[in-house]
Design a protein around this ligand. Structure first.
Ligand code: TYD
Length: 132
């Protein structure tokens, strides 16, 4: 439980590169939802929440952005700056996204459908839930 930066295998040849994402193979969950964040305006910060029960894999398929991941004790910054870097997040982790490059397309694969009830959007509540 937590997060892990995965190196996604690039299938490349003289024409360029290709990465395949396959559920329960290189993606360690069944994929119920895919969304992507793009055209993010300058200096915008996103996220600022945790999930009760969700697995996600985030990939900057174009451009770059920074994730801040916080388990209630430590905060770590991870720069997603390559289409071959996949950030797997599961369990109770507070996440924020910062410093989007103008061309950033952040693709997210998720293990569950969108459900606002799964979100913890207040940091104090996140710490409270961690302590229970
Ligand atoms: P929001 O949670 O603010 O995005 P982020 O955490 O990346 O900053 O989501 C923005 C809006 O989009 C909000 O109204 C909820 C909606 N939304 C969906 O309808 N489906 C989804 O899968 C996601 C991620 C968000």
């Amino acid at each position: 439980m937590g997060y892990e930066l995965m190196s996604l295998h690039i299938l490349g040849d003289s024409r360029g590169s290709l990465i395949a994402l396959e559920e329960n193979y290189n993606i360690p969950f069944a994929i119920k939802r895919v969304y992507y964040i793009f055209d993010t305006k300058k200096d915008v910060q996103r996220g600022f929440h945790a999930h009760i029960d969700l697995k996600q894999l985030a990939i900057c398929v174009k451009g770059e952005c920074t994730f801040i991941l916080d388990d209630g004790k430590h905060r770590e910054e991870i720069r997603l700056d390559s289409a071959s870097k996949g950030l797997l997040i599961e369990g109770l982790i507070w996440r924020e996204m910062h410093n989007f490059s103008p061309d950033c397309v952040l693709l997210v694969l998720a293990s569950e459908h969108y459900n606002e009830d799964d979100y913890i959007r207040e940091y104090d509540k996140f710490l409270e839930i961690l302590a229970t």
